[in-house]
Design a protein around this ligand. Structure first.
Ligand code: PLP
Length: 454
């Protein structure tokens, strides 16, 4: 293998010479070299120097069923032998994609009964943008094409996905952006409640009503959809107050605006339900999913649409002019199907809901809540976001010249724990199969690394 032909240092040097990493300061990375990950099992990774690392991020919020699952490996292998590729464009289909569409229709809530496939969360989001605009056009209301999203939302890295998202760092590079996108504030109580006397419930309602204000500002006749992640993941694990989503749903209904849930992180058990919308009490018209769909074993994503959207599409004798060569790739579909079956066999969503998540949420608070660096901990299911502050009592953040999140992340990395930094927030999203003992280990390591960060 490549790894056996090269020493660790020479691999790092080749990486630095030829590999441009995503979302990375390459200048800083090349000064030390990338850590080369060589294998993984369960919730652990190993690097080329033999270090064992607890993966507190499930890869990138995706390896939900853990590493080394034979059921998923065998599904890929068998499908590669039988039919490694065929397209789903030209009047053809195949068994893995047919069964996967049915399985997704069964596990998604309400009447989300039709599924369109893509390869990444970003492509699913691009598909969603085209679909909702196309829908209103078919309905004879082409002016309804504005999509409302939120500040600090992450909806992917394509030009359309990053236009929709509210990541200012992305907006500074590579524009111009997709037009007819509007944004409203995020429901981030700890960081953005104007008045600390206000209850989280009142704050949640106020944030949802920002949607109504925006609709009235631009005109409901011009708005196609509202999109949000049930819990903002890449924005730092921002858990909205319980009042937020039901009010968003009420407003969307009132103004006849489609409600879109971006479930790329929250889907597939992450919050203790199959989909995050079920946790927060709303039913979307359209939802995107990726990551946990295949536990990250193959790149695959999907958009599920309800009967309302489907019936309008089907009522018109016309092509939907959109798709990807690998839409419904048979190997990716076979792995995703095997992943859903494995989740069902192991009853993992219920297990997370009733056992792992309560334990994780309790232990992470016990380990870190009193730590001088920790201003606040929020989380749901197997997601946690931890706000780092210089002064707990005043919630003062570290000055801009101290990137405290990266300092903490690096201590974790050096001490055998993957935790991600999002600005001054540390986030966790471990595999759903993590055990109590492994949660204890994660919490102990996190405490040690927070101590080292001080
Ligand atoms: N949407 C959400 C909510 C995400 O969290 C992500 C990725 O983290 C995406 C979309 C984009 O997915 P991908 O990186 O697979 O393109």
């Amino acid at each position: 293998t490549v790894a056996s032909l090269h020493t660790d240092d020479s691999l790092k040097a080749i990486d630095a010479s030829h590999h441009l990493h995503p979302f990375t300061n390459t200048h800083a990375l090349n000064a030390k070299g990338a850590r080369v990950i060589t294998r993984a099992q369960g919730v652990y990774l190993w690097d080329s120097e033999g270090h064992k690392i607890l993966d507190g991020m499930a890869g990138l919020w995706c390896v939900n069923m853990g590493y080394g699952r034979k059921e998923l490996i065998n599904a890929a292998h068998q499908q590669l032998e039988v039919l490694p590729f065929y397209n789903t464009f030209f009047q053809t289909s195949h068994e893995p994609v047919i069964k996967l569409a049915q399985a997704i229709a069964e596990i998604t809530p309400a009447d989300l009964n039709h599924v369109f496939f893509a390869n990444s969360g970003s492509e699913a989001v691009d598909t969603l943008i085209r679909l909702v605009r196309h829908y209103w056009s078919l309905e004879g209301k082409p002016s309804k094409n504005i999509i409302i999203a939120r500040e600090n939302a992450y909806h992917g890295s394509t030009i359309a996905g990053s236009s929709l998202g509210g990541m200012s760092g992305m907006h500074k590079q590579g524009g111009p952006w997709v037009p007819n996108i509007e944004r409203i504030r995020q429901p981030y109580y700890y960081g953005e409640a104007d008045n600390q006397e206000q209850s989280p419930e009142a704050f949640g309602l106020a944030c949802a009503r920002a949607l109504e204000d925006k609709i009235l500002e631009v005109g409901a006749e011009n708005v196609a959809a509202f999109i949000g992640e049930p819990v903002q993941g890449a924005g730092g694990v921002i858990v909205p107050p319980n009042t937020y989503w039901p009010e968003i749903q009420r407003i969307c209904k009132k103004y006849d605006i489609l409600l879109a849930s971006d479930e790329v992180i929250c889907g597939f058990g992450r919050t203790g339900y199959w989909f995050g919308c079920e946790n927060f009490g709303f039913t979307p018209d359209i939802m995107t999913m990726a990551k946990g769909l295949s536990s990250g074993y193959m790149p695959i994503s999907a958009v599920a649409i309800n009967d309302r959207i489907t019936s309008t599409l089907l009522a018109h004798d016309d092509d939907f002019n959109h798709g990807f060569t690998y839409s419904g790739h048979p190997v990716a579909a076979a792995v995703a199907l095997a992943n859903i079956r494995l989740m069902q066999q192991e009853n993992i969503v219920n297990h997370v809901h009733s056992d792992t998540a309560p334990y994780f949420q309790q232990r992470i608070r016990e380990a870190l809540k009193d730590h001088p660096l920790v201003g606040h901990i929020e989380g749901v299911g197997l997601l946690a976001g931890i706000a780092l502050v210089q002064d707990k009592s005043t919630r003062t953040l570290y000055p801009d010249n101290i990137d405290i999140g990266l300092v903490c992340r690096d201590h974790c990395f050096e001490n055998g724990l993957i935790m991600r930094a999002v600005g001054s927030r540390m986030v966790l999203s471990p595999p759903l199969v993590i055990t109590h003992d492994q949660i204890d280990e994660l919490c102990e390591k996190a405490r040690l690394c927070f101590d080292l960060t001080l």
